[in-house]
Design a protein around this ligand. Structure first.
Ligand code: 6AU
Length: 274
């Protein structure tokens, strides 16, 4: 399966331009780390992005937790993404009818489509949410064309998560139907062999797996979060590991991100046999 192939090989064959860029960044910087920068002021966010930028492939935001969000926040993020060559992933988890999510994604107060390369959605509403976001991002007048992608939240890391079984299989079905915009999943393992009566794996299929709940110092938190190490996440199929508090709340976040980078990268080399 594609998870045994190096990022560079997958980049060459991939039809999606943003995925090619993501794999190229991973290869160039030797990192599969996504830092989840869940801080609550613009200064903290931009400082983190600038300090950790050299060691990460993707910076993940929750833009609605900032107490002082302004256009300067996203101007700053875009500038740092260019400076350090990383992608931005706004973890908005869209979850509504198609007509609503289109307006939440493109335009609105946060203008997410303008600055975030990657977004995610949950499929609780059904296929229509994926269809609607794909429609917006592939429209002739959508200004950011090939530089945007969608991850489907197919599983969750929290205790008692209901995103399993048929829900996860459906996530894979919808990804297969809307490949033009869906680049992969947020999930805890490779879903490539997932089959339903509706869809099966096509030969050229290569979805990107982002796995969160990665932490070297802790097994979980008091609110149901469950952690694993970079090594175990990558061995189970993660192409990119997402870590928040393990990095930004460490005594020295730069030292921490380097450790996650090294462990995530070594686990990747081992998986692909390099
Ligand atoms: O490393 P942490 O626990 O500090 O942060 C984990 C980050 C948070 C969550 O909102 C997010 O990952 N997350 C997600 C995502 C990325 O969609 C899914 C999930 O199942 N669990 C999870 O923690 O920003």
């Amino acid at each position: 399966s594609s998870s045994k192939l190096p990022y560079g090989v997958r980049a060459k064959n991939h039809p999606n331009i943003l995925v090619r860029k993501l794999f190229a960044i991973a290869e160039a910087k030797k990192t599969n780390v996504t830092v989840s920068a869940d801080v609550t002021t613009t200064k903290e966010l931009l400082d983190l992005a600038d300090q950790l930028g050299p060691y990460i492939a993707v910076l993940k935001t929750h833009i609605d937790i900032l107490s002082d969000f302004s256009p300067e926040t996203t101007t700053g993020l875009k500038h740092l993404a260019q400076k350090h060559n990383f992608l931005i992933f706004e973890d908005r988890k869209f979850i509504d009818i198609g007509n609503t999510v289109q307006k939440q994604y493109h335009g609105g107060a946060l203008r997410i489509s303008e600055w975030s390369h990657i977004i995610n959605c949950a499929i609780l509403p059904g296929e229509g949410i994926v269809q609607a976001l794909t429609q917006t991002a592939t429209a002739d007048d959508f200004p950011y064309g090939n530089e945007r992608g969608l991850l489907i939240l197919a599983e969750m890391t929290s205790k008692g998560s209901l995103a399993k079984g048929e829900y996860t299989t459906r996530s894979v079905d919808y990804a297969r139907r809307y490949k033009k915009f869906v680049m992969g999943f947020v999930c805890n393992r490779a879903l490539t062999e997932e089959q339903s009566t509706e869809t099966s794996k096509s030969e050229d299929e290569d979805f990107v797996v982002f796995t969160t709940g990665v932490n070297l110092a802790s097994a979980g938190d008091a609110l149901g979060q469950q952690y694993q190490t970079p090594q175990s996440a990558v061995a189970r199929g993660a192409d990119f590991i997402i870590s928040g508090r393990g990095i930004y709340a460490a005594p020295d976040p730069v030292e921490a991100v380097k450790r996650y980078q090294e462990q995530g990268w070594n686990a990747y080399l081992e998986r692909v046999g390099l």
